[in-house]
Design a protein around this ligand. Structure first.
Ligand code: FE2
Length: 410
């Protein structure tokens, strides 16, 4: 099948051919073979599929059930979730995740890294997510992080639950150092998590310093262990919102270690802006990590949604455009090149974090997975909230849309 007049990643128009689920050739001079199906993309933007690099699918689509989070704080969110947790069952999780995956797919997402709470002796959410990963693999590549919401050292049997979650099939090991009872627990939890990952050959993704406390310094331990255990870019630090509040002298020292460690970062601009700075009067901190400075230092940063319509974040339709839009504003990255290249936060940068390797990207020999947007450049796509016209996964169309038509009557 030949696609003509495609603007791949903002480049001038070209053509590409897909065959047997792979990109066979890309170039402006491709001509149709006898009898070959030809699709004229009319100069529309083609991007590699979008990647959700940080979300909690086990809590998604529960906002207002049974009660709404009226203050919008993290703590009221935890209270709301405690009331919802009673209804948690395999069927409940499957129903909601199936709905969420379809929302994401409609917006061109084909890969999701989900954190799943394992501070639950039944491990029902982990078990269910492992089944869903298999059931949905034809349409969505799901990566699972064993996430100890209530701590590894601070929750009874926390270490064993992490080991059990990895045995059940988690792809990555998580941690939550800023939530542990003490600084000592925080350091020990990170040593435990990274050593477990090294031993079992897993990735690491830590909820790291998601707090406005400038004394929360889990990140330096994550980076040091990633370096010493030679895990490097297998390790990801999510959130790192305390870095927003660190003093600059400390950050200069920290940056050296971060560069040596080569770890990835995931920022969640919607949820961090919504939940951080809540203890401040004025001025109120934005509470988003230093995306601009990390990017300039050559470190890999991607953006995630974190929560979709749940007790901690009352909005979300699986459209990562919202995440990028907020991220560029709050991180003050609104230069022309910043906007044009912003799709990388939810495509190629996220692919590095998820270690997708050669299975990702618009290039000959790779799986023919891509999206077509109703815009010519990513600048226009972001500015107009352009629809994803179609989403192909390994040569098969898995979603399409027809943009709404409107008219001004004067
Ligand atoms: Fe999270």
């Amino acid at each position: 099948m030949l696609f003509q007049n495609a603007r791949i990643e903002n480049a001038p128009v070209t053509s590409f051919r897909i065959a047997d689920g792979k990109f066979e050739a890309i170039g402006p001079d491709l001509t149709p073979n006898p009898g070959e199906e030809v699709i004229d993309l009319g100069g529309k933007l083609v991007l590699p599929p979008f990647i959700e690099s940080h979300v909690h699918l086990d809590t998604c689509l529960t906002a207002g059930d049974p009660v709404w989070n009226l203050t919008g704080t993290l703590f009221e969110g935890i209270e709301c979730w405690a009331k919802r947790k009673d209804k948690l069952s395999k069927q409940d999780i499957k129903d909601r995740v199936n709905r969420a995956v379809r929302l994401y797919a409609a917006h061109g997402v084909q890969h999701i890294r989900t954190h799943v709470d394992v501070t639950d002796p039944s491990l029902v959410a982990m078990e269910t997510m492992v089944e869903l990963r298999e059931e949905l693999k034809g349409v969505m590549n799901i990566q699972i992080v064993a996430f100890p919401q209530e701590g590894i050292l601070s929750y009874p049997g926390g270490k064993q639950l992490m080991i059990d979650a990895v045995k059940l099939g988690a792809d990555a090991v998580g941690a939550i150092p800023h939530f542990e009872f003490t600084r000592e627990y925080s350091v020990e939890s990170l040593n435990f998590a990274l050593e477990l990952a090294a031993k079992e050959g897993k990735l690491v993704d830590v909820h790291c310093d998601e707090i406005d406390d400038e004394a929360s310094r889990g990140l330096e331990t994550v980076a040091a262990r990633a370096l010493e255990l030679e895990l490097f870019d297998k390790v990801t630090a999510s959130h790192t919102t305390a870095m927003h509040s660190y003093n600059n002298a400390y950050v200069v020292r920290l940056m050296r270690l971060l560069k040596m460690s080569r770890i990835n970062f995931v920022s969640n601009p919607l949820v961090n802006t919504h939940l951080q700075g809540r203890m401040d009067t004025y001025p109120k901190r934005r509470g988003v990590t230093r995306v601009k400075e990390l990017t300039e230092a050559g470190l890999n940063v991607s953006f995630g949604h974190d929560d979709i319509f749940d007790p901690w974040y009352p909005m979300g339709t699986g459209n990562l455009r919202d995440v990028v839009f907020m991220g560029l504003h709050v991180c003050q990255m609104m230069g022309y090149e910043d906007i044009m290249n912003a799709y990388k936060f939810i495509t190629t940068n996220a692919a590095k974090t998820l270690h997708l390797g050669d299975s990702y990207g618009v290039a000959p020999g790779r799986p023919a997975s891509f999206v077509v947007m109703d815009a010519e450049t990513y600048y226009d796509a972001l500015n107009t909230n352009a629809a994803v016209l179609c989403s192909y996964k390994e040569g098969k169309k898995i979603a399409e849309s027809r943009p709404a038509q409107g008219a001004v009557l004067f």
